[in-house]
Design a protein around this ligand. Sequence first.
Ligand code: BGC
Length: 265
Amino acid sequence: MHVLGIDIGGSGIKGAIVDAETGEMITERFRLETPEGAKPADVAEVVGEVVRHFEWKGPVGCTFPAIIRNGVAHSAANVDDSWIGTDAKALFEETTGCPVTVINDADAAGIAEMVFGAGRDQNGVIIMLTLGTGIGTAVFVDGHLLPNTELGHIEMNGGDAEQQAAESARQREDLGWKKWGKRLNQYFQKLEFLLSPDLFIVGGGISKKSEKFFKHIQTRAPLAVAQMRNEAGIIGGAMAAHAIFQNGDDGEFDHRVILGEQANG
Ligand code: BGC
């Protein structure tokens, strides 16, 4: 099944048509800027533009950087507060005229990495992290996702970990790799203490510079670079939509469908 995957991030809204069964993007990626303030109506307008760019009329899988339950946003860390309580699925369906699925951005990236990337065929506890404007997390146990974990917001030094250790903190405070790496080390060690993972998968645009900061992170669990880099969100969003629409289910997506199906070939 072909699905238009759309990854909504703090700085850009990116889309591509994806073959959801193979995880391959079958078009070039198309990117527009996230509108200033990221208010619901403005973001929906850009999502509509992406759909029009591809002249798309089929299913759409959207990722969003917040807690998403049954299509509704329940948090708003790096987007406008008015997202809280907004039915993102209904809003995007209205502006695009297409059936839409919405899931958390890190969960989508994690699903793509677990099925087609660095977590492929791996069991145990796996934590996927996306380092960008915020810190997104997706936690898997034997291929099953625990959805909507918000481990970017755990407490660190009396504050929000994301504020200190996200890629945006490195840029905002103009931190060197070593200084940022030390903060990441503290953060990863906290996660390791809390969840005892077998593997960390690190994604987000900055993961292509992993040689600059992985050496500062000392965890028992190995670190792997996300193989799909910044495309994991688009692909995972499409996979989630595929799982829902294929099963004729209009509710919250069941990740077991995706992972079970793909993992069993
Ligand atoms: C949000 C998460 C999101 C992450 C990455 C955090 O600030 O709370 O929901 O997954 O940023 O975008």
